[in-house]
Design a protein around this ligand. Structure first.
Ligand code: AMP
Ligand code: ZN
Length: 484
């Protein structure tokens, strides 16, 4: 344990809808499972908020001194176009529409997702578990619960939720009459019953199908997370995370399977934690709905991806966060100011004589950060605390730098290596390259040195005409950006 963190970690548990003290299942360890992406399309930035949140959780647990084992799964089979157990398999549908193999589609979008993970400085989990690697285990698992908890229909094997006490308590939804659900499958005993195994219909072939006691077919979506979390973390483990939509169907179904398989009432994880949505003005973001916001779009507009990470950290993970370009650019500007503050701090490091006891102001900032993060990962005050730390000019630079490094272990903004140049706006579609801008700025500086102010102004006007904004007065002349 990190002896120097004094606040006990409290986390909001969706199971009880209360803040609870985190006490690990295994001494000194934290085992976390995060529901990963369905790789039939690019993730949108809303999806990526779910992983920034899981990363913030993992980083905080590590900072608190727990040995973290984090698993994120990749759903490459089983997720239907409708969570209420109807519709087509998202990957089969994408493959048919694009006349491509499912395996190619899954590979392409898994790699695109990993690119976003890297760009957002999200730490690699101990395991990326791929659903299709676990199909034999899923079949064994289903065999183990089939007799007591399942029944067969033409469509495959279904889980009977009435065989489980308190089914759906996580969602707090009535199971009778399927509130919020649609009883679309003929013959289901309860509206909330869900497919464990989906049989390939007679006369059809799916690209992905496996033999099973219930016919050739594919696993239901919820099965993979129960099987992989148990296989990789053991039951019960500490924390299961996902977006708030998973609290309603996917996670209650996982819990039902865990209870059926283990034969006890335990949900399988001590904490179930859910991030709220990133929304845009039109409402919830969706990647099924044609155009959507990808991280790459932000990058193409010249916005550094860590500005999006900062934007997420400025809000509590359980609050809805509204996306707008103005908010994003404001986060970028804030990040730039922080980075400039760090550059000044680095300049003072050489003169530092860090032989004094910890300055009370530095100790106080650390204490406040610990209090905030221990209070259900409240990252919102941590950014102002960091800015305050940078403003303490009279305090020894090495002490400030040490705490800054520690704060960044949690924030994950790459603060030690990020430069102002990295954060300049340079959209892909700009009509002028960075090299051309730098050349013109050199010419302008020469013109000024020669006191040829007319020439200097002409160069400035030329740059303005190409949407390049100059911020004069910066000694390194790094301060330019291109409007988006
Ligand atoms: P999916 O790939 O659709 O399975 O979603 C991946 C993750 O993103 C899940 O944890 C979802 O709950 C989460 N998610 C989906 N939409 C949003 C959103 N707009 N904001 C935040 N999280 C989201
Ligand atoms: Zn899941």
């Amino acid at each position: 344990m990190n002896e120097s963190t004094s606040h006990p970690l409290k986390l909001f548990n969706s199971l009880t809808r209360e803040l609870e003290l985190f006490t690990p299942v295994h001494d000194g360890e934290a085992r976390v499972y995060t529901c990963g992406p369905t790789v039939y399309n690019y993730p949108h930035i809303g999806n990526m908020r779910a992983y920034v949140f899981a990363d913030l959780l993992g980083r905080t647990l590590s900072w608190k001194g727990y040995k973290l084992t984090h698993v994120i799964n990749i759903t490459d089979v089983g997720h239907l176009t409708d969570d209420a157990d109807d519709g087509e398999d998202k990957l089969e549908k994408a493959a048919a529409e694009r006349a491509q193999s499912i395996w190619d589609i899954a590979k392409h979008y898994t790699e695109a997702y990993w690119d976003d993970i890297k760009a957002l400085n999200i730490r690699q989990p101990a395991h990326w578990s791929i659903a299709t690697d676990y199909v034999p285990q899923m079949i064994d698992y289903a065999k183990g619960i089939a007799d007591k908890h399942c029944y067969e229909l033409d469509g495959g094997l279904y889980f009977d939720v009435s065989t489980i006490a308190n089914y759906g308590s996580l969602a707090r939804a009535a199971t009778e009459d399927g509130e919020g659900r649609i009883d679309t499958v003929e013959g289901k005993r309860n509206a909330a019953d869900f497919a464990i195994w989906r049989k390939t219909p007679e006369g059809e072939t799916r690209q992905m199908e496996w033999d099973s006691p219930w016919g050739k077919g594919a696993p239901g979506w919820h099965l993979e997370c129960s099987v992989m979390s148990e296989a990789l973390l053991g039951l019960p483990f500490d924390i299961h995370t996902g977006g708030i939509d998973h609290r309603e169907i996917h996670h209650p179904n996982e819990i039902a399977q865990n209870q059926a398989h283990s034969g006890c009432d335990h949900s399988g994880a001590h904490f179930w934690m859910h991030n709220n949505f990133l929304i845009d003005r039109a409402g919830k973001m969706s990647k099924s709905a044609g155009e959507f916001l990808r991280l790459q779009l932000l990058i193409d507009k010249g916005i550094h991806p860590l500005a999006y990470r900062l934007m997420c950290l400025q809000a509590h993970y359980r609050s809805e966060l509204e996306f707008s370009w103005e908010n994003l650019v404001a986060a970028l500007t804030r990040l730039k100011r922080i980075v400039m503050g760090i550059e000044r701090l680095k300049e003072r490091l050489a003169a530092s004589q860090n032989d004094k006891p910890l300055h009370p102001k530095v100790a106080d900032i650390r204490e406040q950060m610990d209090a905030a993060m221990s209070d259900d990962l409240n990252s919102c005050p941590v950014v102002p605390l960091l800015e305050h730390l940078l403003s303490l000019k009279k305090v020894d630079a090495a002490q400030r730098m040490d705490l800054l490094r520690e704060m960044d272990l949690i924030l994950g903004l790459n603060l030690e290596t990020l430069t102002r140049a990295d954060l300049r706006l340079h959209p892909k579609a700009a009509s002028i390259t960075e090299t051309e801008i730098e050349q013109k700025l050199d010419l302008r500086q020469q013109a000024k040195a020669d006191k040829d102010f007319a020439a200097a102004d002409a160069i400035r006007d030329e740059l303005i005409a190409q949407n390049v904004e100059l911020m004069d007065g910066d000694p390194l002349r790094w301060e330019w950006s291109i409007s988006i």
